[in-house]
Design a protein around this ligand. Structure first.
Ligand code: GLC
Ligand code: CA
Length: 542
């Protein structure tokens, strides 16, 4: 059997609200994405994952869906969606939809009907429990702070919501609910989409009475059924968002014989700069050696048994250059290239988040009034009440807040960075005069061309796509290295994950390797000393 297309693909994530506004209302939309398809084709990507564009009251920016088969009016119409699928197809780009089936909006007609009481056939589409002595049934917490249960006085019961109270959890024990979801998924598959990214999918097997949320006992059974009823019948990619995955669990999801998903997003690297056992807001510096160990573990343990996804960024994460590189003008591009080179020679499907390819950086705020993101606001209010100092909370939001990824895409140095002529729903970054697509395209040394080249090199390279992975020792904790190899060839990647010059040494002499990519043009001492954030890859026959 030939290898599936998505093993050879590079996927680009668009956050539609912030990508391109076409009708000047300050909100990005589908026609805006269509206008930018040529740019995306020039970058070289194979598929676009769209964050949700369904009808939604936007309590959580579209991750609270009130109609799965309608486009939110701020994004356009179903005709625009069909046009996008078509126009993308002409450029050999597939459209991957965000599938949010752990919960709906409380404004979804199913939930509205469910509120009518237990005799309504939709009541059991959701998870209801009696309280205990006027208190919620248990201590379960929402991912957005506070109790995961909300009381409905008219019914004398609580409903479960693992996110905001406007995101009631669906009841995956209910056969009619499941059938409604399969039908909806097939509606989208029949339109010719390229697949689904499955939002918080590791929560659908939950057993709330036992306090089990992630990785519930029936999770994999449910996914096999979903596969069989829907996407298993199409040649599409499926990627699950699974915060609780270990390599063993990822193998269950993505093993070729499992008939579940193509791959999952695992967050072990992303969790390395938080204090153990605490929340993402409780910061701790990253140890590059630890990062290398975690990446290497996933590379080795999933080899031949599953498939990795590779990413630094998404709409929930801060910008990687600000996070683990250096966003000062001196090192922004250098550190961005280093991060890209480190990731893109690994085995798996790379994902690029909008603006990552031009080195967009975090947007620091001074006051909570500037924040839109529900997660940051709820954390702030809760911790303020618990006595945390304001400065510490603002510092956490600046480091980890989701708005960092959601400020408008920076296209040029015109008004609002070319995103919109109207005032954008979230302000444009003050650095957009220098960090923008037009400037990146005009500069042959820009980060954009490093991404373009990495994508090109992956295409048609069995070595990069399927080669084996091995850690390479460097005798320096800041110099991370690995090799990829198959029967014919091998390649070496070496990166300095620090702002200081570093000495290092390799057991094997690679100095006759053919250069694949680098972020410093001439470096005679390359084989014993690396400049700040220096990174390169070389290849040779075995
Ligand atoms: C996922 C999404 C996030 C959303 C949450 C609830 O984590 O990526 O943006 O808030 O699910 O749907
Ligand atoms: Ca618009």
């Amino acid at each position: 059997m030939p290898n599936p297309w998505w093993q050879e693909a590079v996927i680009y994530q668009v956050y539609p609200r912030s990508f391109q506004d076409s009708n000047q209302d300050g909100i990005g939309d589908l026609q805006g994405i269509i206008q930018r398809l040529d740019y995306l084709a020039f970058l070289g990507i194979d598929a676009l994952w769209l964050s949700p564009v369904y009808r939604s009251p936007n309590d959580d920016n579209g991750y609270d869906i009130s109609d799965y088969e309608a486009i939110g009016p701020e994004y356009g119409t179903m005709a625009d969606m069909d046009q996008l699928i078509n126009e993308a197809k002409k450029r050999e780009i597939k459209i991957v939809m965000d599938l949010v089936v752990n919960h709906t909006s409380d404004e979804h007609p199913w939930f509205q009907a469910a509120l009518q009481g237990k005799d309504n056939p939709y009541h059991d589409f959701y998870v209801w429990r009696k309280g205990i002595n006027g208190q919620p049934p248990n201590e379960l917490q929402s991912n957005f702070s506070g109790s995961a249960w909300t009381y409905v006085p008219e019914l004398g019961k609580y409903y479960l919501h693992l996110h905001s109270k406007k995101q009631p959890d669906l009841n995956w024990e209910n056969p009619r609910m499941k059938q409604a979801i399969w039908d909806m998924m097939n509606f989208w598959l029949d339109k010719g989409i390229g697949g689904f990214r499955l939002d918080v999918i590791d929560l659908i097997g939950k057993e709330p009475d036992k306090g089990i949320t992630k990785n519930g006992p029936k999770l994999h059974q449910l996914l096999q059924k979903m596969n069989q009823q829907t996407f298993g019948n199409y040649d599409v990619v499926t990627v699950g968002e699974t915060w609780g995955a270990t390599p063993e669990i990822a193998e269950l999801y993505s093993g070729a014989d499992r008939n579940e998903l193509s791959m999952v997003f695992q967050f072990e690297p992303i969790n390395l700069d938080k204090q153990a056992g605490k929340r993402k807001w409780d910061l701790k510096p990253l140890n590059p050696q630890e990062l290398h160990e975690v990446f290497s573990k996933w590379q080795i343990e999933l080899d031949q048994k599953g498939w990795n996804s590779l990413f630094w960024n998404n709409h929930d994460l801060p910008r990687i250059i600000s996070r683990w590189g250096d966003d000062s003008p001196e090192f922004r591009t250098l550190s961005g290239k280093m991060l890209a080179i480190y990731l893109h020679f690994m085995k798996g499907t790379p994902y690029i988040y909008q603006g990552e390819e031009i080195g967009m950086i975090n947007y620091p705020i001074k006051d909570i009034q500037e924040v839109d993101d529900i997660e940051s606001i709820r954390m702030y209010n809760q911790r303020l009440a618990e006595g945390y100092p304001v400065e510490e909370l603002i510092a956490s939001i600046n480091a980890k807040g989701r708005d960092n990824a959601r400020h408008p895409m920076q296209w040029n140095q015109e008004k609002n960075a070319g995103f919109s002529e109207a005032e954008p729903w979230l302000p444009v970054h003050p650095a957009s005069a220098t960090i923008n697509v037009e400037a990146a395209l005009a500069d042959k040394e820009s980060l954009f061309y490093t991404y373009q080249k990495l994508i090109q090199q992956r295409k048609n390279s069995p070595l990069i796509i399927h080669g084996e992975y091995q850690v390479v020792e460097t005798n320096n904790p800041y110099v991370l290295a690995y090799q990829r190899f198959n029967k014919q060839e091998k390649l070496l990647v070496v990166v300095n994950f620090s702002k200081e010059e570093q000495d290092y040494s390799l057991a094997e002499d690679w100095s006759d390797g053919e250069p694949l990519i680098q972020n410093y043009s001439e470096q005679s001492e390359r084989w014993r000393k690396l400049a700040p954030y220096e990174a390169f890859a070389v290849k040779r026959n075995k």
